[in-house]
Design a protein around this ligand. Structure first.
Ligand code: UD1
Ligand code: MG
Length: 452
C-alpha cells in the first residue's frame, strides 16, 4: 500500500514557533512516531504532506524513503491528500494517517487495511464526548453512508457517538477522480477528505470500519494540554511493557523513557529516572532514584545510587556508582569499579577494581587495575589550547588532593603523596610527593586586633 501522512496543519493552539508535528512525545517528534509506525507496514510509497514550517519539517524528518508533497495553503484534508496524488504508487490501497496522531499501533492499522480490501475502510471509535469530531452516519441496516463534520451536522447527527478518527484506507485507483470532484461548499469552506466516503457508497464499493484496541491510539494533539496527556499515556504504556517483561519499577508513573531501553532479568529502577537514546541494563542492575542515563551500557550486577548523570558511557559489571556521579562521553569502566559522589569522569578508561570515591575530575586518562584515586584528585588535562592524557598504571595509590598535570604517567605500584602536583612522570613502586616540608614555628603568635 501507499501511506500518506497529513502534516501540513499549523497547530495554532500549540502557541509555539515549532510546527505542531515536530513537538516531541517521549523525546521524538509526533510525526516521527507516525513515520516509524508506517514503516512497520512496509509501504510501497511513504509520502508526507507538509506545509506549515515546511523546511523545518522536511529537514527534521528527512529520510531516504520519504517522499514529500507540499500543500502551500491548507484548504482541507481532501486538498491535502490531493497534493500527494502525483507521488502515489500503483498499490491497491492508500492509507491516510495524521502527523499529529502518534500512538496508533501497527496491529490496528493492519486490521483497518484488512477491512478496507476491495473498498474503503475508516478507523472509528465510540466516544463518550464526540464533540469536535466528524460523525459516522449509518443507515437502518448499519451500513456506513457518510461522514458528517460536526459543524455541518444536524442535532440528530451530533448525537452520534461513533466518530471518524481521520485514519482511512482507500482504493488508490479511485482517488484522482474522487478528490477532483470534492466541493468546499460546507460550513468551513474546506475540501473535506471525509466526503469520499459518500462517493464510495455511491460507487457501490464496500465501506467498512475498524476500531482500535484502546482510545489513546487515536488521540491527536492540538494543544500543550493534549501533548502532556499523550506523553503520560505513552509513558504508562512503556512502563507497563517493562513490568510485563520483568523489570521492577518503584513506581510505573515515575519513569521517563525517551529512547530504547533494553534490559536483562531482575533489573530494578527507582523513581524519577530518565532514559534517553539507547540504554542497556544487564541482569540485576539497580538504578537509584533520579538518575539520567543517555546512551549507556551497564554491566550485570552494577548498582547505581541516586542522582547520577551518565552520557555515552560504558559501565562494567558489579560496579558501585554514585550517588551524584557524572560520567561523560567516552567513559569506560571495567568490572567492579567504584565511583562515588561528586566524581566527574570524561574520555577515560578505568580498569577492573579501581576506585574514585570522592570529589574528583578524571578526564582524558587511562587508569589501570586496583588503583585508588584519592579525594580531590584532578587530572589537569587542558593547557588552554590542547588536551593531554594521563596514564596511571596498575596498583597505584593516589593521595588526596593530587593534581596530575598531563601529559604524565604514574608507574605501576607507585604512591603519590597527598597534595602532590605531579608535573613529571612518577616512577613505579616508589613514593612521589611534591609537597614542601612541614614546619612548626614555636614563637609564632596569631595577629590580634590593636587595642583602642
Ligand atoms: C478531521 C476530520 C474529522 C475527524 C478529525 C479527527 C475532515 C474533514 N475531518 O477533522 O472527521 O473526526 O479529523 O481528528 O477530514 N491537514 C493538512 N492540510 C489541511 C488540513 C489538515 O495537512 O489543509 C492535516 C492536519 O495537519 C492534521 C489532519 O490533517 O494532521 C487533520 O486536520 P484537522 O484540521 O485537525 O481536521 P479536523 O477538522 O480535526
Ligand atoms: Mg483535528
Amino acid at each position: 500500500m501507499n501511506v500518506v501522512i497529513l502534516a501540513a496543519g499549523q497547530g495554532k493552539r500549540m502557541h509555539s514557533n515549532l510546527p505542531k508535528v515536530l513537538h516531541p512525545v517521549a523525546g521524538k517528534a509526533l510525526a516521527q512516531h507516525v513515520i516509524d509506525t508506517a514503516r512497520l507496514l512496509s509501504p510501497e510509497r511513504l509520502i508526507v504532506v507538509y506545509g506549515h514550517g515546511g523546511e523545518a519539517v522536511r529537514s527534521t524528518l528527512a529520510a531516504a524513503d520519504i517522499l514529500w508533497a507540499e500543500q502551500a495553503r491548507q484548504l482541507g484534508t481532501g486538498h491535502a491528500l490531493a497534493q500527494a496524488l502525483p507521488q502515489l504508487g500503483g498499490s491497491a490501497q492508500t492509507l491516510v494517517l495524521y502527523g499529529d496522531v502518534p500512538l496508533t499501533t501497527p496491529e490496528t492499522l493492519k486490521r483497518l487495511l484488512q477491512a478496507g480490501r476491495g473498498g474503503l475502510s475508516i478507523l472509528t471509535v465510540d466516544l463518550a464526548d464526540p464533540g469536535g469530531y466528524g460523525r459516522i452516519v449509518r443507515d437502518g441496516s448499519g451500513q456506513v453512508v457518510s461522514i458528517v463534520e460536526e459543524k455541518d451536522a444536524t442535532p440528530e447527527q451530533r448525537a452520534i457517538r461513533e466518530v471518524n478518527t481521520g485514519i482511512m484506507a482507500m482504493p488508490t485507483a479511485r482517488l484522482a477522480e474522487w478528490l477532483g470532484s470534492l466541493k468546499n461548499n460546507n460550513a468551513q469552506g474546506e475540501y473535506y477528505l471525509t466526503d469520499v466516503v459518500a462517493l464510495a457508497v455511491d460507487a457501490g464499493l464496500p465501506v467498512r470500519t475498524a476500531q482500535p484496541e484502546a482510545e489513546w491510539e487515536v488521540l491527536g494533539v492540538n494543544s500543550k494540554v493534549q501533548l502532556a496527556e499523550l506523553e503520560r499515556q505513552h509513558q504508562r504504556n512503556l512502563a507497563e511493557r517493562l513490568l510485563v517483561a520483568g523489570v521492577r519499577l518503584a513506581d510505573p508513573a515515575r519513569i521517563d523513557m525517551r529512547g530504547a531501553l533494553s534490559h536483562g532479568r531482575d533489573v530494578f529502577i527507582d523513581v524519577g529516572c530518565v532514559f534517553e537514546g539507547g540504554v542497556e541494563l544487564a541482569d540485576a542492575v539497580e538504578v537509584g532514584p533520579y538518575c539520567v542515563l543517555k546512551n549507556v551500557k551497564v554491566g550485570a550486577g552494577t548498582r547505581i545510587a541516586a542522582f547520577c548523570h551518565f552520557e555515552d558511557a560504558v559501565i562494567g559489571p558489579d560496579g558501585v556508582i554514585g550517588p551524584y556521579a557524572r560520567l561523560r562521553p567516552g567513559t569506560e569502566l571495567g568490572p567492579e569499579v567504584h565511583v562515588g559522589n561528586f566524581v566527574e569522569i570524561k574520555n577515560t578508561r578505568i580498569a577492573a577494581g579501581s576506585k574514585a570515591n570522592h570529589l574528583a575530575y578524571i578526564g582524558d586518562a587511562d587508569i589501570g587495575r586496583r588503583v585508588n584515586v584519592g579525594a580531590g584528585t584532578i587530572t589537569c588535562n587542558y593547557d588552554g589550547a590542547n588536551k593531554h592524557r594521563t596514564i596511571v598504571e596498575d596498583d597505584v595509590f593516589i593521595g588526596s588532593d593530587t593534581q596530575l598535570v598531563a601529559p604524565v604517567t604514574v608507574g605501576r605500584g607507585a604512591t603519590l603523596g597527598a597534595g602532590t602536583t605531579l608535573t613529571k612522570d612518577a616512577p613505579p613502586g616508589a613514593l612521589t610527593v611534591s609537597r614542601s616540608r612541614q614546619v612548626t614555628l614555636t614563637g609564632w603568635k596569631r595577629p590580634a586586633k590593636a587595642k583602642p
